[in-house]
Design a binder for this molecule. Sequence first.
Ligand SMILES: [Mn+2]
Length: 213
Amino acid sequence: MSPAWSKAGSSRYRSAATIRSTYRCCAPSEGRGRSGGIHIDAHCDTDGALEGCKFHHGGPFRQAVLDGVLDPERTIQIGIRGAAEYLWEFSYDSGMTVIHAEEAIEMGPSAIAKRAREVVGAGPTYVTFDVDCLDPAFAPGAGTPEVGGLSAAEALAILRGCLGVDVIGGDVVEVAPQYDSTTNTAQIASQALFTILCLAGAALKARRVRVAR
Ligand SMILES: [Mn+2]
């Protein structure tokens, strides 16, 4: 059983499809139900249809829940901020845990990671990292930047703090090279993706040990 991955750096729109394929590849084979989610982003991405279309980069997690592949009660959204809050009622109505950026900064990375581990529990979990979770000072190369975000060190510490979660797949999305004049965004995106791969590798190893027993 291999983790499934979205094309790194691509549009958030792909996440719903990747969660779906990850779930179909991994979760049912062990009979463990829907995937949980650790979602680090400035935006909840649980919008409804826009201009008559439900497939867009602002709504993949609504779609994944409605498709029955993502368990909202085992999903945590971290770093949320900006003026589009009114679009994200679905996150609250469906039972997702939402940690806004200002709360995240108060809590600190260790407490956030602890909360994330509590929310997702022992079940299979998808990790998704939008580079706009970061403050534009760290990651200017994002299509929908929001000021007041996480630092690179905080975001990576949150990811590393999720060691032990049963990660079955993940993605890093929304890198916009045309705005990435410093290359900082590409560098943090590659480090975030490497960290998620390490989490998945550790999870795979733990799974094999469980099966061998
Ligand atoms: Mn975003």
